[in-house]
Design a protein around this ligand. Structure first.
Ligand SMILES: Cc1ncc(COP(=O)(O)O)c(C=O)c1O
Length: 359
C-alpha cells in the first residue's frame, strides 16, 4: 500500500546517516555551528544580522518582545495564518486587529489592511508571507513612513522568495522571522531565526534569547539580566544539520519548483483549482469542491492531505464574526494542501495527480 505524506523532507541519497563531528558532542547549546549557520544565512539572505533560535515560534516571540509588544499596543495581522504568528502578541497582552485576505489567495487584502492602518494607527503590523506568496504593497510602505509603525515579517513559509525590488522577504522591515522546522524548505529538524538590519535590535534579540543576559553564553561572566528573556538558544547539533541542508538549497528549490509546476500543468479537474504563485511554494494549495468528500476520496486512495492554516477569527482566543472575513473564511473551509516537499519523487506526484484528476 502506498502512503503519501503531505510533506516529505529532502534526503540526498537513500538512508544516508549523518555522522556528527566529535566537537559537537561536547556542546549542549550554542557554539561553532550556530554562529556558522547564522553567518551563512546572513550572506545568503543579504541581511546584516541573523539570530538563530529554537523554532519559528521562538523567533516570533523574540521579535515581539524586542519591539516592545505589551498591553495597550495595537497589532494588525492577517486573519489567515498559523496561530504561532499571533500567539506572542496574545501572550504579551496586546490588542489585536485582524484583516481579511484577498479572494482565492492566502495573502492579506492590502485595501482593507491600509484602511485599518489609517483608522487605528497601529504600533505593529505583522505581515505574513504564506506559502511563498510575498505580501507587498506600495501604499503600505508609504503608510509605514507616515504613521511610523513597526513591521514584523513572518516569513516562516516564505524563505528564498523576493520582493519586487529583489530583497528577500523577511529582510525589508524591522524584523523578519523564519522557521527551520522539518516541514520547511530548509530545516535543522527544529529551529528558526530572526533577521534584522538594525544592530540595536539584533543585540536585543540576542539578549532575549539568553534569558535577558546581554552576553553570549560562552562569554557571560556576570549573569545578570538587563531585560526580560527566555532560554531560546538553539542547539549546536541542530545547527549542524541546518548547515548541511542549506548546502543543498539549490537542489531543494529546483525540486520544489518542479513539483509545483507538475501540479499546475497536469491537474485537469474543474473541481480542483490550484492557487497559483510564481514564487517558491512548499505547500501546493488547492481550492476544492466539497472538501470532506475530497478528503475521504484521498484517504481511500492513500493520499494524505493537510488542511492548511485556518482563520484566527475561528480560534477561541480571537473569536469574531465570520461576516467580517469572507475571503479568509472561504479559504479556511475550502482549501487543502496537496502532498509537497522536496523529498517526493516526481513519479509519486504524477501518481497523485492521476488519482485526483478522477475525483
Ligand atoms: C506562518 C507560520 N508562522 C510561524 C510558524 C511557526 O514555526 P515553528 O513551527 O518553527 O515554530 C509556522 C510553522 O509552520 C508557520 O507556518
Amino acid at each position: 500500500m502506498i502512503h503519501f505524506n503531505w510533506y516529505k523532507p529532502f534526503e540526498k541519497g537513500n538512508n544516508k546517516t549523518v555522522i556528527f563531528p566529535k566537537d559537537l558532542m561536547k556542546k549542549k547549546t550554542m557554539g561553532k555551528y550556530t554562529y556558522l549557520l547564522e553567518n551563512k544565512l546572513k550572506k545568503i539572505l543579504k541581511v546584516k544580522n541573523v539570530v538563530l533560535t529554537t523554532s519559528g515560534t521562538s523567533a516570533l516571540m523574540m521579535a515581539s518582545m524586542a519591539l516592545n509588544i505589551k498591553p495597550n499596543k495595537k497589532i494588525i495581522c492577517s486573519n489567515l495564518t498559523w496561530i504561532a504568528t499571533i500567539n506572542p502578541s496574545l501572550i504579551l497582552g496586546a490588542k489585536i486587529y485582524l484583516v481579511d485576505t484577498d479572494k482565492n489567495t492566502q495573502k492579506v487584502n492590502f485595501n482593507k489592511l491600509n484602511k485599518t492602518i489609517k483608522k487605528i494607527k497601529p504600533d505593529i503590523v505583522i505581515l505574513v508571507h504564506l506559502t511563498g506568496e510575498v505580501a507587498e504593497n506600495k501604499e503600505f510602505t508609504s503608510l509605514k513612513k507616515k504613521y511610523r509603525f513597526k513591521v514584523i515579517e513572518d516569513a516562516s513559509q516564505g524563505m528564498f522568495n523576493k520582493y519586487d525590488n529583489g530583497k528577500y522577504c523577511g529582510t525589508k522591515f524591522e524584523i523578519g522571522c523564519f522557521s527551520l522546522s522539518v516541514t520547511k524548505i530548509i530545516n535543522m529538524v527544529y529551529g528558526g531565526f530572526c533577521t534584522t538590519n538594525s544592530n540595536y535590535l539584533a543585540d536585543k534579540l540576542r539578549t532575549i534569547r539568553n534569558n535577558g543576559v546581554n552576553a553570549e553564553p560562552e562569554y557571560a561572566k556576570l549573569e545578570l539580566p538587563v531585560m526580560k528573556g527566555l532560554n531560546l538558544k538553539p542547539s549546536d547539533l541542530h545547527a549542524f544539520i541546518g548547515i548541511q541542508n542549506l548546502k543543498n538549497r539549490k537542489l531543494i528549490v529546483k525540486k520544489v519548483k518542479e513539483i509545483f509546476s507538475r501540479y499546475k500543468k497536469r491537474i485537469k479537474n474543474s473541481k480542483i483549482t490550484l492557487i497559483e504563485t510564481k514564487n517558491i511554494s512548499i505547500y501546493p494549495s488547492v481550492i476544492v469542491e466539497k472538501i470532506s468528500k475530497f478528503s475521504k476520496f484521498c484517504q481511500k486512495n492513500n493520499i494524505q492531505l493537510h488542511y492548511g492554516v485556518r482563520c484566527l477569527s475561528e480560534s477561541s482566543e480571537l473569536k469574531q464574526s465570520s461576516k467580517k472575513f469572507p475571503n479568509s473564511i472561504f479559504c479556511s473551509k475550502n482549501l487543502v494542501r496537496l502532498p509537497g516537499g522536496p523529498g517526493y519523487k516526481l513519479k509519486e506526484i504524477d501518481r497523485i495527480i492521476k488519482i485526483i484528476n478522477k475525483y
